[in-house]
Write a protein that binds this ligand. Sequence first.
Ligand code: APR
Length: 274
Amino acid sequence: MTTPDNQQWEYAVDALRRSREVVVFTGAGISAESGIATFRDDDGFWRRFPPEEFANWSGLMKTAATQPRRFGDFLLAILEPIAHAEPNAGHQAIAELEQHVNVSIITQNIDGLHQSAGSTAVKEVHGTLFETVDLRTNRFRNLLSRDEVKQVVEDIRRAMTGSLAAARLMMAVSPLFGLDLKGGHRPNLVLFGDAMAEPAWSQSVEATKACDTFIAVGTSGEVFPAASLPFEAQSSGATVITVDPVESGTGFWLRGTAGEVLPRIVADAFGQAN
Ligand code: APR
């Protein structure tokens, strides 16, 4: 396991120990050790499913109508890992942090793993897979459990065996995407071109401006406006720490994975996890 540069490490531990308000800002990298692919790494999700086709609603609906099997493959690739994922040591360390200091978690992820690890103050700025909203009004429609997403995955697999009837696929995905008497619903996700999820985004900007320590974990910093938060924190006087195997972002870089670094830095700052 790589160990971060000692001086950086000591400074980060000391900053965390002295903090009153901490923000933890997470991207796909924190869920990599839970078996969910990141977007831009070599084996990243967007390499298999180009964002221009799959990361916007019009492209997604066009693929669903014209290439149902490719739409089914995309859904399986995104839903299956999330349906079977468990929080990893990184998620658990962040949940543990809440025992020691006021923590706001701002996540770009839609996998619900911070909540599954026991974190309570989670702002999902790119939405969540576990809610649907009305197609027309964007208002909340329904909650889904991880088990219900597992069932959708099984139903999609069944619909895709043999001659794929687009209708059978749409039936399988109906808990997530569907037209019904009330008009229709979709997952509560923020795709490219959509407005950020509210009030999560406004609360995230507020928490970022007010924190003493801002820890960015597992994000490439390529997608704005979320990627502006570490710089917002720095200009508001916070200590910024970046946890990533690859040097990225700003502030103190602690080289390593979320599952390696976070449990150690929480233990060093506040004593062994209970
Ligand atoms: N622990 C910590 N970081 C990791 C790990 C790990 N085990 N594995 C990979 N990383 C890092 C990578 O080095 C990279 O910096 O996680 C980051 C993942 O970057 P992206 O794949 O770009 O994911 P993210 O930054 O979350 O993407 C932001 O882009 O496509 C949109 O809406 C999507 O929310 C997403 C946004």
